[in-house]
Design a protein around this ligand. Structure first.
Ligand code: BG6
Length: 481
């Protein structure tokens, strides 16, 4: 690789994730010292200005487990900056030049407003930066519905082959998400049970404690369904539900995921009120601190949902009758992302029906804040028993925590940038997946509109509207709070 081109290089994602991730790759010896990292954005910076911005972004990492100052200085020396108005076609030649000429291998990362994708791609094409050596990474949002997403996909496809296009869903870069594949397909234990005969339901929770975080313009036009469910949560669902791929390759894995996404039962107008709940946070307290409600943060009333819970189904043999409960929201009680596989009870209890402590097995895959996989098993409580034995749930950690305690915890983007630079697409989303995701989401939004559904208020620092609890408790299950 000769160059990495970062569009939106002065933005929040670049500072928080992309620059520290590239630096992480450099520290690990995975990014050669002669690769040019060219940042571009509208801001009128020069190389020194961009290096200063990057130095600030790296500061929390340098010396805190990630290299030292000399290492960081060497990395900063690889950075260059070209100011560019993405809609001005005359600026791209300079960019191509900074990238080392137009037939060199280049990894491009677009983390700009999607409205700039089309002009940017035209500019890149005009400057000859679309050859077979070039790969392009696209950060979300990839549209706001199926039609706008198809438009973006068409614009990219006009200049790049699908094998050059890397659609990012940063959840796929998370360690535990990939570990889910190891768990399912590198062990013989789980797969025979991974089906409706043994699994009663699946829960996927992505709970955040943050609010709008200054993203007013974007978030109010998106909402939780499009911001989180359309991409991250449906990808998690697809990885849980997919059939075993024949290989860990981009085509095999994505072929299986897309089958799941195409098997999602539509939550349409007739079902939205029983299968979905939306909410919007009001005032409350998070972590002991009072916080404002969404409307106050926004400065006006809004009907955008900051919470959504769904009861979804995958209509195929394996998952017949197994609900997938999904919920995500801002300003919830605690920050946690997890997948819970709730197994069925034993078919017959030899210890009697009213034995104390008996509970169905559960497999909890925690993505954050801790990365861990935990299996709950029934065990005998030690001691003397008379009539029957006493049982208690014990947790068996089968995850990262202890086994890999001395391994550095990486930012999801480190894996994704490495794959973009080296050309592996397994952890990126293919066009047909994104479009299947949008089709499902558009159906829900249409149902909400037809039914005049408005988000229900919930207090910040809680688990969302009570209707979300009812959604799962109606089926005799409960959220893993
Ligand atoms: C982003 C959403 O895709 O994911 C944000 O736009 C959200 O609203 C973020 O906060 C959550 O990511 P993570 O990795 O912190 O769970």
């Amino acid at each position: 690789m000769t160059a990495v081109l970062l569009f939106g290089a002065t933005g929040d994602l670049s500072r928080r994730m992309l620059l520290p991730s590239l630096y992480g790759l450099s520290v690990d010896g995975l990014l050669a010292g002669d690769v040019r990292i060219v940042g571009t954005a509208r801001s009128d910076l020069d190389d020194a200005g961009f290096r200063a911005l990057a130095a600030e972004a790296l500061a929390p990492h340098v010396g805190h487990g990630l290299g030292d100052q000399a290492r960081a200085d060497a990395f900063l020396g690889q950075l260059a900056y070209v100011p560019l108005d993405a809609t001005d076609m005359s600026g791209y030649a300079r960019l191509a030049q900074a990238a080392g000429g137009n037939d060199q291998p280049v990894a491009i990362f677009l983390s700009t407003a999607p409205s700039l994708f089309k002009p940017t791609i035209e500019g890149l094409a005009g400057a000859g930066l679309t050859g077979p050596n070039v790969r392009i990474g696209l950060e979300k949002p990839l549209g706001s519905d199926l039609a706008s997403s198809a438009e973006i996909n068409d614009a990219v496809a006009a200049a790049f082959a699908e094998t050059q296009i890397f659609r990012i869903d940063h959840y796929l870069g998370k360690e535990t998400v990939q570990n889910l594949l190891a768990l399912r397909f590198a062990n013989v234990l789980f797969e025979p049970l991974w089906r409706s005969e043994a699994i009663q339901h699946v829960q996927i929770t992505v709970a955040e404690t943050v609010g709008l975080e200054g993203r007013v313009d974007f978030y109010d036009g998106a909402g939780a369904l499009r911001d989180m469910v359309q991409n991250h949560m449906l990808q998690l669902l697809a990885l849980v539900a997919m059939e075993p791929p024949s290989h860990f390759t981009a085509t095999a894995v994505r072929d299986e995921k897309v089958k799941v996404l195409n098997s999602l039962r539509p939550i349409d107008g007739g079902r939205v009120s029983s299968h979905s709940v939306t909410g919007q946070y009001g005032t409350g307290a998070v972590g002991g601190k009072p916080v404002r409600g969404y409307a106050e943060e926004l400065g006006r009333a809004s009907s955008t949902e900051t919470f959504v819970a769904l009861k979804a189904h995958v209509d195929n043999w394996r998952w017949k009758g197994v609900p997938f409960y999904l919920r995500t929201g801002k300003r919830l009680e605690t920050r946690k992302s997890e997948i819970l596989i709730a197994f069925r009870p034993v078919p017959h209890s030899i210890f009697g029906e009213d034995v104390r402590g008996m509970a169905p097995n559960r497999l909890l895959i925690s993505l954050q804040p801790e990365e861990n996989i935990q299996m709950s098993l029934m065990s005998k409580v030690p001691g003397l028993d008379r009539a029957s034995i006493r049982l208690r749930e014990v947790a068996l950690d089968i995850g990262q925590k202890d086994a890999f305690a001395d391994t550095r915890r990486r930012i999801a983007y480190e894996q994704l940038l490495l794959d973009l630079i080296e050309g592996r697409q397994t952890l990126f989303v293919r066009r047909d997946e994104v479009e299947a995701q949008w089709l499902f989401i558009d159906g829900i939004r249409k149902g909400w509109a037809e039914n005049g559904m408005q988000p229900r208020p919930y207090s910040s620092g809680t688990w969302g509207p009570s209707a979300a609890i009812a959604l799962i408790e109606r089926d005799n299950a409960s959220w893993n709070d």
